[in-house]
Ligand binder design. Structure first.
Ligand code: ATP
Ligand code: MG
Length: 110
């Protein structure tokens, strides 16, 4: 599980596009803001969650969504800071600083 944070336009989706490509997915990842979760087929199943609109997502998480996705695949979550306490401690945290023309600083915590 990879949990991404960074403000609007920091490059979360862009980072995930690269990660998803590296996992052997041939379609381009797009942000699942309205569908909540995208699923891609790569070397392993990849689930792309966008927590920007948390209302329905929080309900799904309460019902055990992450446990359901967890087995054998990679789950990446945009706006992970909108889901405090719901993320497992083993999630890899990726924080992106900088927006627009600014240089980016990407901090990865495992
Ligand atoms: N590392 C980077 N360096 C420079 N520009 C970048 C970088 N990553 C992304 N961008 C640019 O920043 C813009 C926003 O990127 P992206 O949509 O991935 O951000 P986001 O964090 O997912 O935004 P949102 O919060 O709306 O979901 C895009 O135009 C993208 O090309
Ligand atoms: Mg995005």
């Amino acid at each position: 599980m990879v949990a991404l944070t960074g403000e609007l336009g920091a490059g979360k989706t862009c980072f995930i596009q690269g990660l998803v490509r590296g996992l052997g997915v041939s379609v381009r990842a797009t942000s699942p803001t309205f569908v909540l979760i995208n699923q891609y087929r790569g070397r392993v199943p990849v689930y792309h969650v966008d927590a920007y609109r948390t209302d329905s997502l929080t309900e799904l998480m309460d019902l055990g969504l992450l446990e359901l996705l967890g087995g054998g695949g990679v789950t990446v979550i945009e706006w992970a800071d909108k889901l405090p306490s719901l993320l497992p401690s083993e999630a890899i945290r990726v924080h992106i600083d900088g927006v627009g023309d600014e240089p980016r600083v990407i901090t990865i915590r495992t």
